[in-house]
Design a protein around this ligand. Structure first.
Ligand code: SF4
Length: 58
């Protein structure tokens, strides 16, 4: 999967979901999950914004 989140690293800060609400959302445990692969450009901004480097885009 090109856009992915390592939930073991995610601390649930919400930055990715705030930046790209169509790509990420917080799941019931407060961890980010990918809901769409359509906007890699925004996902790359989320990669930069994530404080724990939990997001990868390949
Ligand atoms: S920006 Fe990183 S730490 Fe914050 S919710 Fe998203 S994946 Fe988790």
């Amino acid at each position: 999967m090109p856009i992915s989140v390592n939930k073991d690293l995610c601390i649930g800060c919400g930055s990715c979901a705030a930046l790209c609400p169509d790509t990420f959302r917080l799941d019931e445990e407060g961890k980010s999950e990918v809901i769409s692969q359509d906007d890699k450009e925004c996902a790359l901004k989320a990669v930069e914004a994530c404080p724990v480097q939990a997001i990868t885009v390949s």
